[in-house]
Design a protein around this ligand. Structure first.
Ligand SMILES: Nc1ncnc2c1ncn2[C@@H]1O[C@H](COP(=O)(O)OP(=O)(O)OP(=O)(O)O)[C@@H](O)[C@H]1O
Ligand SMILES: [Mg+2]
Length: 373
């Protein structure tokens, strides 16, 4: 997937931007607060996902502007397509979204058309943050390749909510434990299915991340990633029978932790408590990784996800890298600038020095919301 052209006007501080992008490497260079991340965000919104900064629709529009407009032409494996969206101050709910000239009711309806992977400084939380950041990453990643996964997750969360409400009542000394049976069975079924998908995805992610991380570190560091299941421990390898054997085991474990759950007033084991663990040379990166190591691991994981998309769907997404070069040493910077093969990359940076080492691609300068070559 390659963006051919991006036009942005009135989106936050961006003004009259019209860029013909290089099919491989694009660098957006500029001082702080000039609009680099805003541009990355405008591109990201074309994927139909919500802003990775949590920006609300009304804040899309520049402070002194009446509307924000984004137009993108991109080419996927089959054809060239065009996405347009505009938000007007007077009609925030009525976004004008079109795909190849056909009106869509919502920006989210673009999901699955233009695919990109974004890496921002906040993605360091993928390593250093709490387990729910990693679970969300895995869940969103699986959802991109298997749309029905979202339904299973929603179902699990609904049942969990009901089960926890009942546990709270039980922990206060009221209610009847047999009322849990109906929730347990459903929770076990959904939980077993999600566990298998997460485990399978983690194995593939581990394979690709390890390869990329070895390259980034010039083979001096070895990376491993594990899915830690609170229900199955490390016994998920080779098991796929989520409707039978695995659902039964899940149910048994739920029954086994009943007294703990009642004491706690919530469900203490299950996919909502699982985690991804990352190791470099046998060391847990979450606790012992340096800044650069953690950033390299998080970046490798994001790029590995792009490879998963390629393996599953036949083409690479566009890679958006916001401010990734700082904190990386020159060798690792070189890897990012010259070794992300086969994908279009758009990368922002403040310091133009590493860019001089770039072998091919375009460099744009962002100044006060305006960009040029
Ligand atoms: N709705 C808006 N209207 C106008 N300007 C806005 C709006 N929202 C944010 N800005 C401004 O956009 C500017 C650029 O933000 P952006 O985050 O893109 O900078 P950046 O170039 O990525 O900087 P840094 O190198 O510090 O990350 C900021 O000064 C911010 O105040
Ligand atoms: Mg920025």
């Amino acid at each position: 997937m390659v963006i051919n052209r991006i036009n942005v006007d009135g989106y936050k501080n961006l003004e009259n931007i019209s860029l013909d992008l290089d099919p491989k490497m694009n660098i957006i260079c500029g001082e702080n607060a000039q609009g680099k991340t805003n541009l990355i965000e405008a591109i990201w919104l074309c994927s139909g996902c919500r802003s990775f900064r949590g920006t609300r629709d009304k804040d899309f529009i520049g402070f002194e502007k009446d509307s924000a407009e984004v137009e993108m032409t991109f080419t996927d494996a089959v054809r060239q397509q065009e996405i347009k969206f505009a938000v007007n101050k007077g009609a925030l709910k009525d976004k004008l979204v079109t795909l190849n000239g056909v009106k869509l009711p919502l920006l989210s309806k673009l999901f699955g058309t233009f695919k990109c992977v974004v890496f921002t400084p906040e993605d360091l939380n993928l390593i250093k943050g709490s387990p729910d950041v990693r679970r969300t990453f895995v869940d969103m990643s699986i959802a991109q390749v298997k749309h029905s996964y979202v339904n299973a997750l929603n179902k699990y969360n609904q049942i969990l909510f009901q089960r926890n409400a009942l546990l709270k009542t039980l922990s206060a000394g009221y209610g009847d434990t047999s009322a849990l049976d109906i929730w347990d069975e459903q929770l076990a079924k959904a939980g077993a299915y999600i566990s298998v998908l997460r485990y399978t995805y983690s194995k593939i992610l581990d394979k690709y991340t390890s390869q990329l991380y070895a390259k980034i570190t010039d083979r001096r560091e070895i990376f491993n990633l594990f899915y830690r299941s609170t229900v199955y421990g490390k016994t998920l390898a080779g098991r796929t029978d989520y409707e039978g054997e695995l659902a039964n085991e899940y149910l048994e474990k739920l029954k086994g932790s009943l007294q703990n759950d009642i004491r706690a007033g919530f469900t203490t084991i299950g996919i909502h408590r699982d985690d991804l663990e990352s190791y470099v040379n046998g060391m847990d990166v979450r606790y012992f990784g340096s800044q650069g190591q953690s950033r390299s691991v998080a970046l490798s994981m994001k790029l590995a996800h792009a490879r998963v998309l390629k393996a599953e769907q036949g083409e690479y997404p566009v890679i958006l890298l916001d401010d990734v070069l700082s904190e990386l040493d020159p060798k690792r910077q070189q890897f990012v600038l010259n070794n992300i093969d086969g994908m279009q990359v758009i990368i922002t940076c403040c310091d133009s020095r590493p860019v001089t080492e770039m072998k091919e691609g375009k460099v744009f300068t962002m100044k006060n919301g305006k960009a040029g070559e």
